[in-house]
Design a protein around this ligand. Structure first.
Ligand code: PLP
Length: 424
């Protein structure tokens, strides 16, 4: 089902535990991509010919599929981007322009201006930090405990008259913490402040309902949810998107262009300038189909393409159940490795185990694991503030997907036992 998982690395079976960086692709996603380029490739929306019409229809069908996947109210709220990073930059750039305009208007009335403030958590990926700095915002940071749990009392105290947005990750890519995004959103809305949730590490691991969360923006990447690289989603509530200036200018995002003035297209096209990555969007649709049809067999780690009677659950709840039991198994098994120290031990975790092995540098651990066919990630995982918080240079990170098995965890455990003496 996942052809790459049959690969041998230095004569060992590939044990792929770098799923938080990117997931592998099921055969059906690979087929969708190749079929698209073999039979359908054409530019969408503008063409009068048959291929363009069909490609447009299928592209727009995926938009509706994504709408239903995250339970958005309207397909107009689904904007295709290149990934989470571009989605957040889109929102930051458009909101930044608004804030700038408001500040200019304000400065006519008052003799001073305040810089806009954005509240972020202390466990954000750099892509949910830097865009806000580029937008000219001052960041206020929600602290977290040693276990990796956000301090919501401290969060409540961060709001003031300059707060313009709360931007928070749903699941930490380094600590694995699942944050209480519903509560975080509710508190922000009590202050009249909109909320952006970075869902990069959530959408492949649990059912996401943007209406239940109540957030104003929700961003994610296709490649972390079994889809091709090069496609992602920016969900934005229609009422808010309607008020935002465009992000990029070009084809497709306009209604009328003269040299004097341009009027913009309606949602969501206003935010999709230029030729999109059509094949990758179709691949995203295929990945969603894959996840919705996933079924958890009673025997941990077995995959079946079609739901069977003895399966407890299907779709995202099944993936979540599988990964949660795998997490319990892994924490128990790995805690028997001498010298292991887990970074991030929150009660609600999804898919990610970060650790250190004695005094060994994470990079050395990762390099030795690679020689045994085990792919993990090492370093700061684009979350340098988390490393500063713990006073460490980085971690070794093992992260799961729906195809991760107990055998993979056993292989990691055995390999750590084997390499630990070499690193003393
Ligand atoms: N946010 C989180 C929590 C992530 O884990 C990542 C990627 O690792 C990103 C954002 C950025 O995603 P991308 O590189 O796909 O844009």
């Amino acid at each position: 089902m996942f052809p790459i998982l049959d690969t041998q690395i230095y004569g060992h079976r590939l044990v792929y535990l770098d799923n938080a960086a990117t997931t592998q692709k099921p055969q059906q996603v690979i087929d969708t991509l190749t079929d698209y380029y073999r039979t359908l490739n054409s530019n969408i929306h503008r063409g009068a010919h048959r291929l363009a019409a069909e490609a447009t229809e299928r592209y727009e069908a995926v938009r509706r599929q994504v709408q239903s996947f995250i339970n958005a109210r309207s397909h107009r709220e689904i904007v295709f981007t290149r990934g989470t990073t571009e989605s957040i930059n889109l929102v930051a750039s458009s909101l930044g322009k608004l804030w700038n305009d408001q500040q200019l208007t304000h400065s006519h009335i008052h003799t001073f201006t305040h810089s806009p403030e954005v509240i972020v958590s202390g466990m954000e990926h750099h892509s949910n930090i830097v865009p806000w700095q580029l937008a000219g915002a001052t960041l206020r940071v929600i602290p977290f405990s040693d276990e990796g749990v956000l301090d919501l009392d401290a969060y409540r105290a961060l709001f003031n008259g300059n707060t313009r947005l709360v931007a928070c990750t749903h699941v930490s890519n380094t600590l694995g913490t699942v944050n209480p995004v519903e509560e975080i959103t509710r508190i922000a809305h009590e202050h009249g402040v909109p909320v952006l949730i970075d869902g990069a590490q959530a959408v492949a691991h649990m059912a996401v309902d943007v209406q239940a969360i109540g957030c104003d923006f929700y961003c994610f990447s296709g490649h972390k949810m079994y889809a091709p690289m090069g496609v992602g989603v920016m969900y934005g509530r229609e009422e808010i998107l309607d008020t935002l200036p465009p992000y990029q200018g070009g084809g497709e995002m306009i209604k009328d262009v003269t040299f004097e003035r341009t009027t913009y297209n309606e949602l969501p096209f206003r935010f999709e300038a230029g030729t999109p990555s059509v094949g990758d969007v179709l691949g995203l649709g295929s990945a969603i189909d894959f996840m919705l049809n996933y079924s958890c067999s009673p025997k941990l780690g077995e995959l079946s393409a079609q739901p069977t009677e003895e399966c407890v659950k299907t779709g995202l709840p099944a993936i979540q159940a599988h990964e949660e039991s795998l997490m319990r198994y892994a924490l128990e098994k790995l805690s028997t490795v001498p010298g292991i120290r887990f970074i991030g031990t929150a009660p609600r975790k999804a898919g990610v185990i970060s650790f250190l092995l004695g005094d060994a540098h994470p990079y050395d651990v990762g390099t030795l694991l690679d020689k045994l066919g085990i792919a993990v990630r090492t370093g700061h995982h684009c979350t340098q503030p988390i490393m500063d918080r713990y006073g460490i240079p980085g971690t070794v990170r093992a992260s799961f997907a729906c195809y991760t098995t107990q055998a993979d965890i056993d292989a990691l455990h055995d390999a750590l036992l084997r390499i630990a003496p070499m690193l003393q």
